[in-house]
Design a protein around this ligand. Structure first.
Ligand SMILES: Cc1cc2nc3c(=O)[nH]c(=O)nc-3n(C[C@H](O)[C@H](O)[C@H](O)COP(=O)(O)OP(=O)(O)OC[C@H]3O[C@@H](n4cnc5c(N)ncnc54)[C@H](O)[C@@H]3O)c2cc1C
Length: 281
């Protein structure tokens, strides 16, 4: 277990809010913004959900002036499975706290059993708050329509491929199809959307997006790139040096196992990293 904790450190900033803030400060010194993610999901106990909400508010207060107060949360951690109203109440309280510190809250997108509910809750929250954004996943067939709707509504979207295992009835399975849909959605967001976040480590997609914004003359202030803590740090700095906005997703906390497993499942290089470390390489 100790070895695993050590290995997870490549992808997780640390167990405490303070460790996440330290990473945020170090990133900011390099011109890179952060979005902080208190790890945890599928909370079925009201007290635990309340504690998570309070911990998110505490983080928002802890981030010092000069570092953006930007967090990512999962609605399943805010008790969505217990009651949608309860979850909305907790999430609204986080958004209100974020508003006080000019902060922004991104609702991460989870597995497909949560897609409809997350979008519904997002629309409800948007009636009262403008400091909230959503994530859409390019592997889902429905996402092109969701992107069009988000563009119409002026919603802020992070577009990613999607990290969960989904059936062929609802999701593209081949990487070529997922990449093609990613570019279709990203193009719409870049030309008509509200400050989209282009979340990917895929160099092919990064290159396509760079070529697209150059061709369509999309100003660099109109979008940002996002990558995960621990993945492609040299590329973060290159993109900043080339004049692009860059944000790194900084997970912290003790409930790192599901997040860590998704990172391992995603790419064989991540598994090689773990194996290399285990054999002392
Ligand atoms: C900021 C952020 C937030 C996210 N939020 C969510 C969310 O809310 N919900 C969700 O479901 N998923 C989320 N994800 C995860 C996402 O959906 C993908 O599962 C994850 O990013 C892996 O896909 P990828 O596009 O990054 O590239 P991958 O599929 O991991 O990589 C594809 C290809 O990219 C190239 N590549 C990758 N790394 C390198 C490298 N170091 N050098 C050169 N080429 C490289 C390689 O050709 C590789 O085969 C998020 C991802 C990011 C970055």
């Amino acid at each position: 277990m100790k070895a695993l904790t050590f290995l997870a450190r490549r992808f997780v900033a640390g167990e405490t809010a303070e460790s996440a803030v330290e990473v945020g400060k170090a990133l900011k010194a390099k011109g890179i913004d952060a979005t902080f993610d208190l790890l945890g999901e599928d909370v079925l106990d009201r007290e635990a959900a309340r504690r998570s909400a309070e911990a998110n508010k505490a983080l928002l207060r802890l981030v010092p002036e000069g570092v953006e107060r930007n967090i990512s949360i999962k609605l399943s951690m805010m008790g969505f499975a217990i009651s949608e109203d309860f979850c909305l109440e907790l999430t609204s309280s986080i958004l209100a706290e974020a508003k006080k510190v000019k902060g922004f809250v991104r609702l991460d997108m989870e597995g497909s059993k949560h897609t409809e509910g997350t979008i519904r809750a997002f629309h409800t929250l948007r009636k009262d708050f403008d400091n909230v954004g959503i994530v859409l996943q390019a592997y889902l067939h429905r996402t092109e329509d969701d992107v069009k709707e988000a563009v119409k509504r002026g919603d802020r979207v992070r577009i990613c491929k999607g990290a969960y295992k989904e059936p062929a009835t609802i999701a593209f399975q081949s990487m070529d199809e997922i990449r093609a849909n990613y570019m279709k959605c990203a193009s719409l967001l870049l030309t008509k959307g509200n400050y989209p976040a282009i979340a990917t480590h895929d160099e092919g997609l990064v290159q396509k997006v760079l070529a697209f914004v150059a061709k369509e003359k999309v100003a660099a202030s109109k979008y940002e790139f996002q990558m995960l803590y621990g993945l492609r740090p040299a590329r973060w700095e290159e993109l900043v040096a080339a004049g692009h906005n860059m944000r790194v997703y900084v997970p912290y906390g003790t409930h790192w196992f599901p997040y860590f497993s998704r990172r391992l499942r995603e790419r064989k290089e991540n598994i090689f990293f773990v194996l290399r470390s285990l054999v002392g390489g």
